[in-house]
Design a protein around this ligand. Structure first.
Ligand SMILES: Nc1ncnc2c1ncn2[C@@H]1O[C@H](COP(=O)(O)OP(=O)(O)OP(=O)(O)O)[C@@H](O)[C@H]1O
Ligand SMILES: [Mg+2]
Length: 374
């Protein structure tokens, strides 16, 4: 693999050299998997769930000879969709599409109704599913997948990322279907990962839900500041560049240590200068805000006037314990407390706002910074 020109990655996962810490979480994950427990991993958006899983898979492949399969449910809208994503992930990650995939995978493809074709643009092999021909029922197909996985020579961990997606499937029984699947195949380990904290928690902690108490839960928090500072300084130094700890602290405050934004600021700084000063830092903050402005402006159309005003108020206060207090409502001229309550519920549901440890705050730190400078 080639060395990167910029060590601060802002998309996906590269290799251990560009990955900071998470030792505690990696040990915890390994412990669950070694002891045959399923895992739920959640965090706010962009804290590093996906990167952590990718890094973990790399580790267990080398150290424990366990193979990871990564399924991303983002964008899926039905259980049939999800089933196809799972089947494709398994076929493409456990088989070698270019060199031929072997008898067992061919059999699996037949059982899930998949065919191997060639992408006319790239010439690369692709997996496709016929529209109605040979369409298998979801549970038959999941069963075929499991039989394949159980017979696999190495143990398998399947990570289903963006798992909260299944709550929105119109079929309504997605949770039960997946639960039955996971339960029927105790030899396969699962990591369910997602960013809607409340949805994930209620799925696994409510007595009436199929997944009740069926997995160990890990909340992924911010990276520890002391480790992250060292990581940042190390990479700047290696390239002969200078950045001081005070400026890094400013980055941590500005981004509230939301991993993606720390990476983004560092990535820009690294590309811009060999000696990071407060002026360079301010320039980068402005640049980043400006870059997202078109997207953030479009949010205004998605929200009612009150929701928008409330969002602005939350941005200005950064965090608020009691959004229904007269003091808060009057200061920001929000009107009736009952309307504020409804607006806040909507903002929470749409994942604009988070309620955590008795405080409300805006989920996306950059959105907060953008709103603050309006
Ligand atoms: N420990 C880490 N060290 C260095 N970079 C990291 C680390 N964790 C995450 N990142 C980087 O931060 C960015 C966001 O991480 P990632 O996409 O994994 O977050 P996520 O929680 O899965 O986000 P989403 O909720 O949007 O799915 C990525 O570019 C990733 O490379
Ligand atoms: Mg992710």
């Amino acid at each position: 693999m080639r060395k990167l020109n910029n060590p601060f990655i802002i998309t996906g996962y590269h290799s251990p050299a560009y990955f900071c810490d998470r030792d505690k979480e990696l040990r915890w994950l390994a412990d669950q998997i070694k002891n045959e427990r399923n895992v739920v991993l959640y965090s706010w958006r962009r804290m590093g769930k996906t990167a952590l899983i990718r890094h973990f898979f790399q580790r267990i492949k080398n150290e424990l000879k366990i193979e990871g399969v990564f399924v991303d449910l983002l964008g899926t809208t039905s259980i049939t969709d999800a089933n196809k994503k799972i089947a494709s992930a398994i076929i493409s990650q456990l088989g070698d599409l270019k060199r031929g995939i072997g008898q067992r995978l061919i059999k699996l493809m037949g059982a899930v109704g998949a065919t191997l074709g060639v992408d006319p643009l790239s010439g690369m092999p692709v997996i496709s599913f016929g529209l109605n021909t040979n369409q298998k029922s979801v549970s038959d197909s999941l069963e075929a997948i499991s039989t394949f996985l159980v017979d696999h020579k190495k143990p398998i961990v399947v990570c289903i990322d963006e798992f909260q997606q299944i709550v929105n499937y119109p079929e309504g029984n997605a949770e039960a279907t997946f639960r039955t699947w996971a339960q029927n195949y105790p030899l396969i380990r699962f990591i369910f990962s997602g960013s809607h904290r409340e949805m994930m928690i209620s799925m696994f902690n409510e007595t009436s839900r199929p997944f009740y108490k069926s997995a160990q839960i890990l909340q992924l928090n911010e990276l520890p500041a002391d480790q992250y500072i060292k990581f940042i300084i190390k990479h700047f130094k290696k390239a002969g560049k200078k950045i001081n700890p005070e400026n890094i602290e400013s980055i941590f405050n500005w981004t509230r240590l939301q991993t993606y934004y720390v990476q983004l600021v560092c990535n820009k700084l690294f590309g811009k200068s060999d000696d990071i000063t407060v002026e360079v830092l301010d320039e980068v903050y402005k640049e980043i805000i400006l870059q997202e402005a078109p997207l953030y402006s479009s949010y205004q159309q998605l929200l009612t006037t009150l929701q928008w005003k409330l969002l602005l108020a939350l941005a200005r206060d950064e965090e608020i314990e009691n959004p229904y207090s007269q003091q808060f409502i009057n200061r920001h001229q929000l009107g009736a407390a009952s309307s504020v309550r409804r607006a806040l519920e909507m903002l929470k549901e749409k994942e604009f706002v988070i309620h955590y440890q008795q405080k409300y705050f805006i989920h996306d730190t950059l959105l907060m910074r953008w709103l603050q400078q309006l």
